[in-house]
Design a protein around this ligand. Structure first.
Ligand SMILES: [Zn+2]
Ligand SMILES: [Zn+2]
Length: 344
């Protein structure tokens, strides 16, 4: 059992007061206090200060969202091929799009994995699960969780994502879909950019919910759920069929007027942000301070208990449909009963 600063606060308090610790928090090395937060935008009566805090926390700090935005703007300014060159399928620009997917994925997932799990740069600080990643286990491809996750990410996910993007950029370059420029519609461009994470969350919930149908789960989504204890490479470690569903989120750009930067941001949000949310650590520490938000306890609970928290905390579908796990022991009991009922 952890002691000192890595020990959950209520356990430490319980040790001092002699009270019984919360059985759910005792299952973790670290877990946030109180119920897992959901976007207050959907709570009534509306609390404007809480909403403002939620969105400034996402957009004005170092988070998955801001990292993806910086990646997209940087990639667009420095490496993005000219739209006219994409009017026909040619190896030059197509290879470049593949690299624009691969390089950030390798740098972010590889970098975080190295820092958190190999170098153990912040030890167990704000690490949810006590265990280390799995080795020598036949559940995983290559009998190794990390190599399994790298293969499904760089082999399967990057391939499907790239092929979908090739099609969309080609359609954009040929005027087969509605496109906009930042000069002609700056307000629309900003609004749509800000809305992309919400669209992504909405699409993810329904695709994910479908994948938890027992039949689809067994043959498809189980590959992602091999990871009960998750790490940075687990983010989009998905079966081929899952990737075919998961990346259909990009097809919204065939309908909604977009600029290439929208798709670029969308692709990083879809591909790179899960690296952080699956990192297994709530915060990244630099020196003695929390420097960035990383892991997402809401989704960590999904990986441990499966039939809960199918969506994200951005749109509270789980709350509305009764599958919200708030991190409490009662929610665990309820989730286990629901899972049993699903599989009998
Ligand atoms: Zn799932
Ligand atoms: Zn996941």
């Amino acid at each position: 059992m952890p002691t000192g600063p890595t020990m959950p606060r209520d356990q430490r308090a319980a040790q001092i007061t002699g009270a019984t610790p919360d059985p759910e928090s005792a299952r973790w090395n670290y877990c946030p206090e109180g119920p897992v937060n959901l976007n207050p935008l959907f709570r009534w009566p509306l609390r404007p200060v809480a909403v403002l805090k939620w969105y400034s926390g996402a957009w004005l700090q170092i988070t998955a969202l801001t990292l993806c935005l910086v990646l997209a703007v940087g990639a667009y300014a420095l490496f993005f091929p000219a739209l006219e060159s994409m009017q026909s399928f040619a190896p030059g620009w197509m290879f470049r799009i593949w690299l624009l997917n691969m390089v950030p994925q390798i740098l972010v997932a590889g970098g975080l994995h190295w820092w958190l799990y190999m170098r153990k740069g912040q030890g167990m600080y704000k690490k949810f699960d006590r265990r280390d990643l799995t080795r020598d286990n036949g559940t995983f491809t290559f009998r190794n969780q990390v190599w399994d996750n790298i293969w499904w990410t760089l082999g399967s996910a990057m391939t499907v994502a790239t092929v979908y993007q090739w099609g969309i950029y080609w359609a954009m370059a040929n005027g087969y879909m509605p496109t906009v420029t930042w000069a002609s519609a700056p307000v629309w461009c900003l609004v749509w950019l800000a809305f992309i994470p919400m669209w992504s969350g909405l699409h993810f919930y329904w695709v994910h919910r479908l994948e938890h149908h027992p039949k689809l789960y067994k043959h498809v989504h189980a590959v992602h759920h091999r990871n009960v204890n998750i790490g940075p490479w687990s983010g989009i470690s998905n079966h081929w069929y899952e990737n075919l569903f998961y990346f259909t989120t990009y097809f919204i750009h065939l309908i909604v007027p977009s600029h290439p930067l929208h798709l670029l941001f969308h692709s990083y949000f879809q591909q790179v942000s899960p690296v952080l949310s699956h990192s297994g650590f709530e915060k990244l520490k630099v020196g003695d301070a929390d420097a960035a938000r990383a892991g997402d306890f809401f989704h960590q609970l999904h990986h441990r208990y499966f039939e809960c928290n199918y969506g994200t905390s951005e749109i509270p579908f789980d709350k509305w449909f009764g599958t919200y796990h708030d991190g409490s022991a009662e929610a665990t009991t309820r989730t286990r009963a629901y899972k049993k009922q699903m599989y009998t």
